[in-house]
Design a protein around this ligand. Sequence first.
Ligand code: FMN
Length: 245
Amino acid sequence: MNDVIALLRSHRSIRRFSAEPVSDEMVTEICGAGFAAATSSNMQAATAIRVRNHDTRAAIATLAGGQTYVETAGAFLVWCADLARSASVATNGGAEPVIDMAEHHVRACVDVGLAAQNAAIAAESLGLGICYIGGVRNDPQQVCDLLDLPVGVYPLFGFCIGWPAQDPETKPRLPLSVTLKEERYDATNDAADIARYDEQMREYYRTRTGGKKDTTWTADMGTLLGQESRPHLKQFLAQRGIDLR
Ligand SMILES: Cc1cc2nc3c(=O)[nH]c(=O)nc-3n(C[C@H](O)[C@H](O)[C@H](O)COP(=O)(O)O)c2cc1C
């Protein structure tokens, strides 16, 4: 296994950070690496906003459901899908841009994911830890207001970067027999493989929580998908000019 692959395979989210600052140079280097990722149609539809203001970070931590590491991480970014920038240059060039297409939305979300994950790898290569914060979508309009986001720009997730003050185990992933298929989608053996993975996850949670958390991936997915999930998002996107068609 080469060093890059070893680094990728050592990823685990970090939620406890030391007070040591993350230098501006490091954040710049991390983001520069992030935006070097491939981008759909070269649209470059990702924008990251670094939030330094303590009150803003505290407000985001609260609306993300009380995730205090948003405040304590050495640096905090909000990654946004950005269809406004390309629409604006298209308008300046004489076009009449239509941004409310599902295709543009998908492009922008993919761009943000690729750029942020590149940034995550860059940060981890420097010895830093990261944690994504999907909790910013709990109340995305408030995040827009806090960050002055124009129509066509919408937050997808936050991103904590900092010096780890914990050393958690890596979280097991589904076996490749489930996630990597050959030629066609053959799920014949998935149930048995997932049952084995469930036991691995149960052991992982037990070890990690001293026996307090006793659950499986199957149970987690039942909880996640057994209820509506952020049902406000559809209307929120429409308000941001992304009334999908
Ligand atoms: C887009 C995205 C949003 C996430 N949001 C949160 C979050 O709000 N809070 C949190 O503690 N972890 C969050 N996570 C981290 C996941 O829970 C974590 O990546 C997953 O459980 C796998 O664990 P690992 O990263 O330690 O391997 C998020 C991850 C992603 C990719």
